[in-house]
Write a protein that binds this ligand. Structure first.
Ligand SMILES: Cc1cc2nc3c(=O)[nH]c(=O)nc-3n(C[C@H](O)[C@H](O)[C@H](O)COP(=O)(O)OP(=O)(O)OC[C@H]3O[C@@H](n4cnc5c(N)ncnc54)[C@H](O)[C@@H]3O)c2cc1C
Length: 301
């Protein structure tokens, strides 16, 4: 089936891009596998009009609103193969269906690689958190841990001490902090624990302590963890898009990738992680794609 634009990834960035393109009278297909990165968080914060709602509730409203546009089609499925064609792109899903379009937008997000410590996965987005703007207010001034080491760990401490002064940095093995960093932490009464973590003790994702390899338990209310990530989908790589050194898809200000006709928006191409950012990026990239298509059609008429 032929569309004007295929959007791979139908969460915040993709659904917003779909709405913008649908409202621009573009015939759009959104393919989504239903696994947004924040699915487990009980309260999504800091997105105006939806503060504190579950991710599922936000998506439900988005889907209801999108369903009123007959220009937009939604397909639940996973895009597994992307290829260039004479007139654009072909995307094949896991179910074996192939769809074609002139332009392609990739809004597939990223996958967090959680450390292999029992309890981290269960607490992710609940009390093991990645972002103070999303969850910091709820645990402000509480005893808080930071899982990190070296420059990254120190930078996280520097940021989070604005929300709470009661901080413990867990380096989970020998510290790689410099003497100058250690001096700064000691001066601010921030504890540094090098003993590896054994587990996060929690009740339904709400942690009460971090247990160390020597069986010591450190009572806490929350832990911030900076974790590595990979791209959630390899469609951009398959089609030859370039990546930044941080592992994001390389894009211009309006989401144009290094491959002509392919655009990206949201977490997969931005360090500014957040629902509002993903929505804004989806809108900007969609408006840019549409403008390019109008220009191309205008010149060829
Ligand atoms: C635990 C956690 C809690 C968070 N809490 C907050 C918060 O409170 N407030 C806030 O503003 N932000 C929060 N964030 C950040 C926010 O969730 C992300 O910035 C946002 O989800 C990014 O949107 P996105 O559309 O780029 O990607 P995602 O929301 O991750 O969605 C990507 C979509 O693409 C789909 N997909 C991937 N590959 C394929 C494929 N091959 N074929 C088809 N579909 C595919 C996925 O299934 C998914 O639906 C949180 C993030 C995490 C990890």
């Amino acid at each position: 089936m032929e569309f004007e634009v295929i959007i791979v990834g139908g969460s915040y960035a993709g659904l917003q891009a779909g709405m913008t393109l649908g409202r621009a009278l573009r015939n759009v297909l959104i393919i989504d596998s239903g696994k947004p990165c924040n699915a487990q968080t009980p309260h999504s914060h800091n997105f105006l009009t939806r503060d504190g709602e579950t991710p599922a509730a936000i998506t439900k409203v988005a889907l209801e609103q999108l369903s009123t546009y007959n220009t937009v089609q939604l397909l639940h499925g996973k895009a597994v193969h992307g290829e260039k064609t004479a007139s654009g792109f072909a995307i094949t899903t896991e179910a074996g269906d192939t769809f074609t379009a002139k332009k392609l937008m990739i809004t597939t997000g990223i996958k967090d690689l959680l450390p292999d410590i029992p309890g981290v996965a269960e607490c992710w987005g609940i009390s093991v958190i990645h972002c103070p703007y999303c969850h910091g207010y709820e645990v402000a001034n509480q005893p808080t841990g930071i899982l990190g080491n070296g420059d990254g760990g120190f930078e996280t401490v520097k940021l989070i001490q604005h929300w709470t002064k009661d901080l413990t940095l867990f380096t989970n093995g020998p510290s790689t902090l410099t003497g100058e960093m250690m001096e700064q932490l000691t001066r601010r009464h921030i504890r540094v624990i090098e003993t590896p973590l054994k587990a996060i003790i929690h009740d339904q994702g709400y942690l009460s302590a971090v247990e160390l390899a020597d069986d010591t338990k450190v009572p806490l209310k929350a832990v911030y963890a900076r974790v590595p990530f990979i791209q959630h989908s390899d469609i951009a790589a398959q089609l030859g898009c370039e990546f930044t050194t941080s592992g994001h898809i390389k894009v211009t200000e309006f989401g144009k990738t290094t491959v002509e006709g392919i655009y990206a928006a949201g977490d997969n191409c931005s360090m500014l992680r957040g629902v509002a950012n993903a929505v804004a990026a989806g809108l900007a990239a969609a408006a840019f794609v549409n403008r390019e298509m109008i220009w191309e059609q205008f010149e060829n008429e």
